[in-house]
Design a binder for this molecule. Structure first.
Ligand SMILES: Cc1cc2nc3c(=O)[nH]c(=O)nc-3n(C[C@H](O)[C@H](O)[C@H](O)COP(=O)(O)O)c2cc1C
Length: 323
């Protein structure tokens, strides 16, 4: 059914302005029948942050900013859902257009500006579905006009802890544009303050010279999708060697195939997340990645993905810096 949905919706959604297409996708997911997801291969299960993930593939923050469709996403086969970014007050974000497809690069540039319905509305939605289970994390941020950003974070973490699966475990999401000295500091502080994990990484302000859609690439904002893969994977490996096993990493950035997922895991990610590739490949990608990971485990005689997390971290950190 998901394949049929992709075959129909992908070419259709491409005709719409990207933000309208996103809204339509959310509305479509609201209509998804309440079917049960197919059970995952037990070998794909991951234990991290004291939680049991049925599979390692999550949807990244920014797709379901206001928790409108977390259960539909879980039913589609995601092992976990990260909603948000949620700010204390509702926020309109930047003026449109603020989302751009770079088709030939299978990339996206966005400067949404944390548009969301605000903490009260999101809390109500999450409290209403808490009994359904499934791993739903909340990504929190400060309002644009905040006078005390630290206080906002503290308050939001306290607000959402009872309804979020991983906002009691607290994870720190970093930009891929940190220098290695900055990364040293961030990992050091995360370890000393007993942060539970890190999400590596957000969108990049960089514009690789290889981008084909040069005019769209000139739009201000964060770049995501395939051209982010190498840089964000390098940052996963760099964070992994610095964390020395103190906490697990969630790897995100440009994952668009089973092979890319495996590379991210071997670089140091215990869990992975997708966003931009879903625009180009459709929701069937989730099953494709799961099938590829399961068959790799079978072929190599391994019982779980944990056996290969970080296997290539040292090698990746020795490569030339991705440009
Ligand atoms: C349209 C869009 C909106 C996003 N909004 C958020 C957000 O609100 N908070 C956040 O932490 N990351 C946000 N992200 C970043 C993603 O969570 C992810 O880190 C990034 O896109 C890299 O993954 P990808 O290459 O698979 O898309 C957004 C990304 C996109 C494309």
């Amino acid at each position: 059914m998901i394949r049929a949905f992709d075959a129909l919706s992908l070419p259709l959604l491409r005709w719409f302005d990207p933000e309208d297409a996103h809204r339509l996708a959310i509305q479509g997911l609201r209509l998804l029948p309440p079917m049960r997801p197919r059970p995952d291969d037990p070998k794909l299960a991951v234990r991290a942050f004291g939680l049991n993930f049925p599979n390692p593939i999550g949807i990244a923050a920014g797709f379901d900013k206001s928790a409108e469709v977390p259960d539909a996403l879980l039913r589609l086969g995601f092992g976990f859902v990260e909603i948000g970014t949620v700010t204390p007050k509702p926020q309109a974000g930047n003026p449109r257009p603020r989302l751009f497809r770079l088709e030939r690069d299978e990339a996206v540039v966005n400067r949404m500006g944390f548009n969301n319905d605000g903490a009260a509305a999101v809390l109500r939605r999450l409290a209403g579905r808490a009994h359904l289970g499934g791993i739903v994390g909340v990504n929190v941020g400060a309002n644009k006009d905040s006078v005390d950003r630290v206080a906002d974070y503290v308050k939001l973490i306290e607000t959402f802890a009872p309804v979020a699966s991983y906002d009691s475990p607290v994870l720190l999401k970093i930009a891929p544009d940190l220098s290695l000295t900055e990364l040293d500091d961030v990992v050091h502080i995360a370890r000393s303050r007993r942060v539970d994990g890190m999400i590596v990484a957000n969108t990049t302000t960089a514009r690789p010279s290889t981008l084909r859609e040069q005019s769209r690439a000139g739009e201000q904002g964060g770049l995501s999708g395939r051209p982010l893969f190498r840089l964000s994977t390098r940052m996963v490996a760099e964070a992994y060697v610095r964390a020395e096993g103190a906490f697990p990493l969630v790897g995100v950035g440009g994952i668009d195939s089973g092979g890319a997922a495996l590379t991210k895991i071997r670089a140091g990610a215990s869990l992975i997340q997708l966003y931009s590739s879903l625009i180009y490949k459709g929701l069937g990608l989730v099953d494709d990645i799961k099938n590829d990971l399961a068959s790799t485990l079978l072929r190599t005689g391994r019982d779980s993905l944990s056996e290969i997390v970080g296997a290539d971290a040292a090698t990746v950190t020795a490569e030339d810096w991705p440009v």
